[in-house]
Write a protein that binds this ligand. Structure first.
Ligand code: IPM
Ligand code: MN
Length: 359
């Protein structure tokens, strides 16, 4: 079967890590007899440099006519330190999420047995952690009305949610829990925020149609603490946009490196797959970025297309790389492996997976 994949590599280390995901997909194509056609398009700072727009219309068109989007990373320090910048790379990503209707961001957080000592947290705390964060992605404070008073001394960002926006992601979270450990934890700030109280009401009602799934609630401040005190208590975490942004970065500490965390953004139609890490500009072009998050994002892409055996093969190849310490220096200080050699090892392992599994 033939699939078209939009490649939005973006800025910094984005292109390097996306290249490794492409190698993995090509190896899957060769091994399982699929054809992946890649179409590249610009987004983020590089798009601003080339066109003045962080999400040019042409890029959006490429995404809309593809079966899926593989995204790298965006961001450039020249914008971070300039609060007056009118156009920012991040606007490209936010607009893309909105335009493609990607209302749910799925971020799995897992402790790999062979990496337990890489985490700054104690081994017995993180052991057995296997959770997935369902982060609302097109609403809340990210997209509410922004105001700045004329004299520039007062600013506000509105956090707004509708019932419908909460319902659609809640259903996805409960369905996911059904295939996992059957527990949903809603993370909110219902002791303070009206929008959080709406989340509680809506999610409590929806839970009634999923009687086999347990629902509990945590305030976000407590959740931030529980994430590092006892992360293995979680199965599916359901939360609004900004809380999800924050606790998913926190979750990345559990696995030992943010370079391991993949994500899927799904919605009405075309889905997008991206590592949760940023563009790491200091690491760009040095062959040191960890490509695993990008490769695992490609595995999520395969699963989304219904190619489950193929996705499992990619995951297995990544696990093999980790077991054999064929990892970048974020996971092994003295590593002799770089972005490319880790990517090559994974692609090779995919191509030879039958021999690998019988070994
Ligand atoms: C993420 C990123 C983005 C976000 C930024 C780059 C806009 O941090 O995907 O988590 O805040 O959503
Ligand atoms: Mn983030």
């Amino acid at each position: 079967m033939k699939y078209t994949i939009a490649l939005l590599a973006g800025d910094g280390i984005g292109p390097e890590v996306v290249n490794q995901a492409v190698k993995a997909l090509q190896a899957v194509g060769d091994t399982f007899g699929h054809e992946f056609e890649f179409e590249e398009a610009v987004v983020g700072a590089i798009a601003i440099d080339q066109t003045g727009d962080p999400l040019p219309e042409a890029t959006l068109d490429v995404c809309k006519r593809s079966n899926a989007v593989l995204f790298g990373a965006i961001g450039d320090p020249k914008y971070d330190n300039n609060p007056d910048a009118k156009v920012r790379p991040e606007q490209g990503l936010l607009k893309l999420r909105k335009e493609l209707g990607l209302f749910t961001n799925i971020r799995p957080v897992k402790a790999y047995e062979t990496l337990l000592d890489k985490s700054p947290l104690k081994k017995d705390i993180i052991e057995g952690t296997d959770m997935v964060i369902y982060r609302e992605l097109t609403g809340g404070i990210y997209f509410g009305e922004k105001k700045l008073s004329e004299d520039g001394t007062v600013a506000s960002d509105l956090c707004e949610y509708s019932e419908a926006e909460i319902e659609r992601i809640a259903h996805l979270a409960f369905k996911a829990a059904r295939t996992r450990k059957k527990k949903v934890t809603l993370v909110d700030k219902a002791n303070v925020l009206e929008s959080s109280r709406l989340w509680r009401r809506v999610v409590t009602t929806i839970a009634k149609s999923y009687e086999d799934v347990a629902l509990d609630f945590l305030f976000v401040d407590n959740a931030a603490m529980q994430m590092i005190l006892n992360p293995s208590q979680f199965d599916v975490i359901l939360t609004e946009n900004m809380f999800g942004d924050i606790i998913s970065d926190e979750g990345s500490v559990i696995g030992g490196s943010i370079g391991l965390l993949a994500s899927a953004s799904v919605g009405n139609d075309v889905a997008m797959f991206e590592p949760i890490h940023g563009s790491f500009p200091q690491g760009a072009g040095k062959d040191i970025a960890n490509p695993i998050a990008s490769v695992l994002s490609a595995a999520m892409l395969l699963a989304h297309l219904g190619l489950h055996e193929e996705a499992a093969t990619v995951n297995k190849a990544v696990e093999r790389a980790i077991e054999k310490q064929i990892v970048t220096s974020d996971l092994n200080k003295n590593s002799e492996y770089g972005t490319n050699s880790v990517g090559d090892y994974i692609a090779n392992t995919i191509a030879n997976i039958d021999e690998e599994t019988t070994r």
